[in-house]
Design a protein around this ligand. Sequence first.
Ligand code: ZN
Ligand code: ZN
Ligand code: ZN
Length: 140
Amino acid sequence: MREVKSILKDYKLRQTDCREEILDVFINKHHALAHADVESQLTERFDRVTVYRTLKTFLDKGLIHKVLDNEGGVKYALCKDNCHAGDHLHHHDHVHFKCTTCGLTTCLDHVIIPNIILPEGYQRVETNLLMQGVCKTCSF
Ligand SMILES: [Zn+2]
Ligand SMILES: [Zn+2]
Ligand SMILES: [Zn+2]
């Protein structure tokens, strides 16, 4: 929990039980989590709205990022240092990998999506790439 407190402080976020617990869940799980996954991991009961607001705050602050999953659902994953690497813009140009065996989606932080050239008149805002296959844990 000590790590959690210092992260919240670094991001200039007021410390609340809900924020601490949710951040702790993201740190301990190494895969993307849907709203329901986060809720089911919380030891104390927080209402849906509080959980929703906390996720929204974390998103806005750049603590977590969205992971678009294939079933139309949105998941969230913890931002790593390399979200801020390169230019000063916070970006998530890494590949997300969904394992068809265990069903977990993970950030492949060091696998960068190649630059894709768009036709004239198209402007990119963000790129999401979800690759599906068998993860490291499941292939052994
Ligand atoms: Zn990020
Ligand atoms: Zn797997
Ligand atoms: Zn990611």
